[in-house]
Design a protein around this ligand. Structure first.
Ligand SMILES: Nc1nc2c([nH]c(=O)n2[C@@H]2O[C@H](COP(=O)(O)OP(=O)(O)OP(=O)(O)O)[C@@H](O)[C@H]2O)c(=O)[nH]1
Length: 132
C-alpha cells in the first residue's frame, strides 16, 4: 500500500485556541474537522508544504522557524497509509481566512474532542492538549 506524507499544523492563537477546518462537501471524509495542511509534493519538505498550503488555504504567511514538531499520525486507511507529522505554530503574518470554502473554527483545548475528526487524528488530541 502507498504511504502518503501529509504535513499538518496546529495553529494556536493568543488565547491558546487551536484552528480546525471542516472538510467541504464532496471531498472524502466531508464534514470532519482536521488540521490545516496537505500532501507533501515530491522534492518538497514538510515545512515547505505547510508554508505553501497555509498561504493557499488560509491566506497567511509563515516561515520554517514558525513550526515546532509536536507529534505524528501513522494510520492505515483502506486505500493508503497516512504518515502525518503535526507541527505547532503560534506565529504567522496576516489574518486567517477560509480561502477554499472550508469552515474554520478556533477551538479551546477542552472542546477539541467534541469535533469529529478523521480516524488518523483522534490519537493526536491528547498529545496536543498536553502540549497546550
Ligand atoms: N490536512 C489534513 N489532512 C488530513 C488530516 N487527517 C487526515 O487523515 N488527513 C488526510 O490527509 C490527506 C490530505 O491531503 P490533502 O488535503 O492534500 O488532499 P485532499 O484530500 O483535501 O484533496 P485531494 O486528495 O483531492 O487532493 C487527505 O486524505 C486527508 O483526508 C488532517 O488533520 N489534516
Amino acid at each position: 500500500m502507498k504511504t502518503v506524507l501529509v504535513a499538518a499544523v496546529a495553529l494556536i492563537d493568543r488565547d491558546g485556541r487551536v484552528l480546525l477546518a471542516q472538510r467541504p462537501p464532496g471531498k472524502q471524509m466531508a464534514g470532519l474537522w482536521e488540521f490545516p495542511g496537505g500532501k507533501v509534493e515530491p522534492g518538497e519538505t514538510p515545512e515547505a508544504a505547510l508554508i505553501r498550503e497555509l498561504h493557499e488555504e488560509l491566506g497567511i504567511e509563515t516561515w520554517r522557524s514558525c513550526f515546532a514538531p509536536l507529534t505524528f499520525a501513522s494510520h492505515a486507511y483502506a486505500d493508503f497509509h497516512l504518515l502525518m507529522p503535526l507541527f505547532a505554530c503560534r506565529k504567522w503574518e496576516g489574518i486567517v481566512q477560509p480561502r477554499e470554502g472550508q469552515t474554520l473554527r478556533w477551538v479551546p483545548p477542552s472542546e477539541l474532542s467534541a469535533y469529529p475528526m478523521p480516524d488518523a487524528d483522534v490519537p493526536l488530541i491528547p498529545a496536543l492538549r498536553l502540549w497546550l
